[in-house]
Design a protein around this ligand. Structure first.
Ligand SMILES: *Cc1c(COP(=O)(O)O)cnc(C)c1O
Length: 457
């Protein structure tokens, strides 16, 4: 045997704490605003949607938050996840760089999302909630929350973006197998959905619309149902930091430290999950790891969006947050990375990017699939189209290191596998996928519709 390529932790090494970047971030978080009054939200408003433990995590400045024993017991089904050196990919690239990846696709549903789904279901259960509502685009989040709600005996209503509902029946059945109720959004279950269907019965839906429906369903349930969001919010990013905490220990086992840490970014949670613990080391321990978030050119909220207060959803029912946004009126182009189609980016990540502590780049869809296939052919895993964006950036870093004759240590988050995305792969292989660059003019137009927040500007 030549060099070691897998760096496994024991179950006893499962992190006991989540890491809260807001304890160390030099940036004061912008307030969260009520969508109606444009004033700072009260805990009362948020408590219609979320249990108090999650609201407290959302605004916490505590550095470490203990992971409840019940949550760690379920994490143990698949955590710690593997950290693998992509030696065959390195060889194929002929690069002097070392490429490592953290494999979150090894969870039971195939992505990083159960890290927060299990925690959210736990806190809802502890607060006496009976049912949760949520939206899902590609289906990764819906399946994660379906699994988690099943473990804690909670009912779950999923508003699934209609195009995905039709294109990805297996994800729907996956959710139903865990006992969830799945609707194609826009639905006739909510006032907002009914209004949309009246003007356009063929409305294909969007993540922003599905969020509005799930929020409405919770808000109108007299406290029986609460809402869960799979990304963007502080408590979601917090729960994902188990990824980075494990990675730090595993890089130590490998005897290396990353020069660059890479993750794809839709709402920002898997990127934050791997990157924030390394950012802590930068801020507190003098490390100088570059942190690179990668988004599609079709939904470039960091690289082309505006840093401004915007609604979290299309119907303007969710709280207003300050984030990099393409505008809540954004209708996503048909790209095959369903998880990367949200109009905004996590406020915490947006602020860190704005302050220059995190880098971002956008990559084209076809280039992402090309990288995904090179990865599959060398490392054997077919990645989620979302994760393929991180792989593209990792390969580009490795090729850049090769050109400059540098030894660069690259770590990326393989946020999920692509076993439910074969249609996208088929289209790529048949040369039917096109690249799409979101036009700057569309961003400019959407900015006309931002909430007019003056008090906190
Ligand atoms: C949902 C999802 C993403 C995008 O969401 P983030 O919050 O940005 O992590 C990325 N990869 C996979 C596999 C997903 O399921």
């Amino acid at each position: 045997m030549s060099e070691q390529t897998r760096f496994n932790l024991a179950q006893a090494d499962l992190p006991k704490f989540w890491y809260n970047i807001n304890a160390d971030s030099p940036i004061t978080p912008a307030p969260v605003l009520h969508p109606g009054t444009l004033e700072s939200v009260t805990p009362d408003f948020l408590s219609v949607l979320f249990p108090m433990d999650l609201i407290l995590q959302e605004i916490s400045a505590e550095r470490y938050i203990e992971i409840p024993q019940e949550v760690r017991e379920i994490y143990k089904l698949w955590r710690p996840t593997p950290l693998i050196r992509a030696a065959r990919l390195e060889k194929a690239l002929g690069t002097s760089a070392h490429i490592y990846y953290k494999y979150e696709g090894s969870s039971p549903v195939g992505s990083h999302k159960p890290n927060t789904a299990v925690a959210q279901a736990f806190y809802n259960k502890s607060a006496g909630v009976r049912a949760m509502t949520t939206e899902t685009g590609a289906g990764q989040w819906g399946t994660s929350l379906a699994m988690a709600c099943n473990y804690f005996g909670l009912d779950l209503e999923v508003y699934m973006v209609k195009v995905s509902y039709n294109q990805k029946p297996y994800r729907r059945i996956f959710m139903e197998t865990f006992g969830a109720q799945v609707y194609a959004s826009p639905t006739d279950q909510t006032n907002y959905g009914r209004a949309l269907l009246e003007t356009d019965p063929q409305n294909p839906g969007s993540l922003g619309i599905a969020i509005s429906e799930a929020v409405e369903a919770a808000a109108s349930s007299n406290g029986k149902k609460k809402y869960g969001l799979g990304s963007v919010l502080n408590h979601v990013l917090l729960h994902q930091t188990v990824i980075g905490e494990e990675s730090l220990k595993q890089m130590d086992l490998a005897g290396e430290y990353p020069d660059v840490v890479i993750g794809c970014a839709g709402g920002g949670s898997n990127f934050a999950g791997i990157a924030f613990p390394f950012l802590r080391e930068n801020l507190k321990d003098g490390q100088r790891t570059r942190l690179l978030a990668v988004e599609p050119t079709a939904t470039p909220s960091l690289t082309k969006g505006v840093y401004a207060f915007d609604y979290g959803d299309t119907a303007q029912m969710a709280p207003i947050v300050k984030m990099h946004t393409l505008g809540h009126t954004f209708m996503p182009p048909e790209i095959h990375a369903g998880g990367l189609r949200y109009h905004g980016m996590a406020p915490t990540l947006s602020a860190l990017y704005d302050a220059g502590l995190v880098e971002a780049k956008a990559v084209k869809q076809r280039a992402a699939f090309e990288a995904a296939i090179q990865f599959a052919k060398t490392e054997g895993i077919i990645p989620a189209p979302e994760s393929a964006h991180a792989i593209r950036a990792a390969i580009d870093e490795a090729l850049d290191a090769k050109e400059k004759g540098e030894k660069r240590v690259i770590l990326f988050n393989l946020s999920g596998h692509g076993h439910f995305d074969m249609i996208a792969y088929e289209k790529y292989l048949r040369d039917e996928l096109v690249d799409y660059e979101y036009p700057a003019a569309a961003v400019e137009e959407a900015m006309q519709h931002l909430p007019q927040v003056t008090a906190f500007a």
